[in-house]
Design a protein around this ligand. Structure first.
Ligand code: GDP
Length: 140
């Protein structure tokens, strides 16, 4: 796996609202190659593990409940400068602050239910990709 990957999830709110297709089209349209993808559902335990860095934050319980409330799409994306470019494509955590045209501006409803996840560093992208996918499930 090269350094130019990021990890994303289409969160339960966006899946429920029927936005999978539109979000994947935005991702492909922005030049990202999907090198791994699955439609899956996190248990509360797995969601808690994934977001363990936020354990001390006041919204941790809500976040874990939300992320395990329905199916998600998990994917690994490849592109030069993947992590930063993807954060730009998804927009600010709070959709009210997200730039026009970003995925969160288009599809998120609140700071908690914000449609998509994007890894925040190359290291976390690799850790998060390995959390969801075996090496044999990624194809460049
Ligand atoms: P991100 O990197 O933009 O996803 O933002 P953070 O790493 O700060 O937060 C992780 C996730 O926790 C966000 O994407 C939201 O789903 C959730 N979150 C962040 N802040 C809040 C909040 O104030 N309330 C709730 N309910 N969820 C939040």
């Amino acid at each position: 796996m090269s350094g130019n990957i990021t990890f994303t999830m289409i969160k339960p709110d966006a899946v429920k609202a029927g936005h999978i297709g539109n979000i994947l089209a935005k991702i492909n349209g922005a030049g990202f190659q999907i090198i791994a993808m699955k439609y899956t559902k996190l248990s509360a335990e797995k969601a808690g593990e994934f977001y363990a860095v936020h354990k001390e934050r006041p919204f941790y319980g809500e976040l874990v409940e939300f992320m395990s409330s329905g199916p998600i799409v998990a994917a690994v994306l490849k592109k030069e400068n993947a992590v930063a470019d993807f954060r730009e494509l998804i927009g600010a955590t709070n959709p009210a602050e997200a730039k026009e045209g970003t995925i969160r501006a288009l599809y998120a409803t609140s700071i908690g239910e914000n449609a998509v996840h994007g890894a925040d560093s190359d290291e976390n992208a690799r850790i998060e990709a390995s959390f969801h996918f075996a090496g044999t499930e990624m194809f460049e």
